[in-house]
Write a protein that binds this ligand. Structure first.
Ligand SMILES: NC(=O)c1ccc[n+]([C@@H]2O[C@H](COP(=O)([O-])OP(=O)(O)OC[C@H]3O[C@@H](n4cnc5c(N)ncnc54)[C@H](OP(=O)(O)O)[C@@H]3O)[C@@H](O)[C@H]2O)c1
Length: 285
């Protein structure tokens, strides 16, 4: 990975931190994206404790804010000449309904719209790479998901699990539709299922009972290092160069759920997401 530039969102903890560490160990320049400078510094320390020579940079944004996503991407476009790997890893789980400053339900905004918009904003850098890869961390939760086109914010029928499953299904549909619409053959997209991983995702914005359920559930989970393996493989392996649009689990392609295979939903979601992000033409800026 020498001379490769990789950006990992949600890199300060959990699967993202394990991913950033591994890419640092492999010699890439790793840009860790997190919310605050303090978190970025802690991330640097955590990576350099194990890999003192890791080549690191950071980029700050609260990914629930489209303004902050656009500003972070603009700073990166000024600073870098190319981006080889974008790993849309950041994700969240909320027990209760709330809206972002842009008016969208939080899981929809952070888990789906943020990867959709950030990828768009970084296309000028990705297209300068010889082998650009966009990896989006989804989940097998998408098997239970449905895109509620009549109310994607779920304002009428919010449930944390329903919102999470919908957003993770959107990751798989995005990955596939990105591949269908892209205008550069070398540009590849991958959706990843990390498996059940022992992280704090289910403790941060959950009510008592949901947090307790996650504490029990994650006992059977794997380590963040194991959970990061497929993302690392897709970022670094020559075998998967150009193998675009698919869903990956345990470093292998696997069939996604039925609702992830609808070309019509993929297309409708794409149009809706463009509108929600104020994007005119996704691949032509
Ligand atoms: N853990 C599992 O079993 C599992 C299973 C399937 C899929 N996944 C997916 O794996 C990915 C990583 O999750 P994880 O388990 O590693 O969870 P985690 O430890 O909670 O890490 C999530 C990361 O996303 C960041 N993030 C959340 N909201 C953000 C926002 N508004 N702006 C910027 N960054 C934000 C978090 O930052 P803060 O530290 O600032 O909150 C953190 O760095 C997620 O996409 C998740 O859906 C996880």
């Amino acid at each position: 990975m020498k001379n490769k530039v990789c950006l990992v969102t949600g890199a300060n903890t959990g699967i993202g931190l394990a991913t950033a560490k591994a890419l640092g160990e492999k010699g890439a320049r790793v840009i860790v994206s997190c919310r605050t400078e303090d978190k970025a510094e802690e991330t640097f320390e955590a990576i350099r404790r194990e890999f003192p020579h890791a080549d690191l940079d950071y980029a700050l944004a609260d990914l629930s804010s489209q303004r902050e996503i656009r500003e972070m991407a603009a700073r990166l476009r000024e600073k870098y000449a190319k981006l080889d790997v974008l790993i849309n890893n950041a994700g969240s789980w909320f027990s209760t309904f709330s809206r972002t400053e842009d008016g969208f339900e939080r899981q929809w905004a952070i888990n789906h719209l943020a990867p959709f918009l950030l990828t768009h904003c970084l296309l000028p850098l990705l297209t300068q790479s010889k082998d650009p890869r966009v990896i989006t961390v989804s989940s097998d939760s998408h098997f239970h998901g449905k895109i509620h086109f009549d109310d994607v914010n779920l304002s009428q029928k919010y449930h944390g699990l329903r919102a999470y499953a919908q957003s993770k299904l959107a990751n798989v549909l995005f990955t596939r539709e990105f591949d269908r619409r892209k205008n550069l053959p070398t540009l590849s997209s991958y959706a990843v299922q990390p498996g059940l991983v022992k992280t704090d995702i289910g403790l941060k914005h959950t009510l008592g009972w949901h947090g307790f359920a996650w504490k029990i559930r994650r006992l059977g989970g794997k380590s963040p290092e194991k959970g990061a393996e497929t993302s690392i493989y897709l970022a670094s392996s020559a075998e998967v160069k150009g193998v675009s649009g698919a869903y990956w689990d345990n470093c292998r392609q696997k069939n996604p759920g039925k609702n992830a295979q609808s070309l019509q939903d993929a297309s409708q979601l794409w149009e809706l997401s463009q509108k929600m992000c104020g994007i005119g033409s996704y691949f032509n800026q």
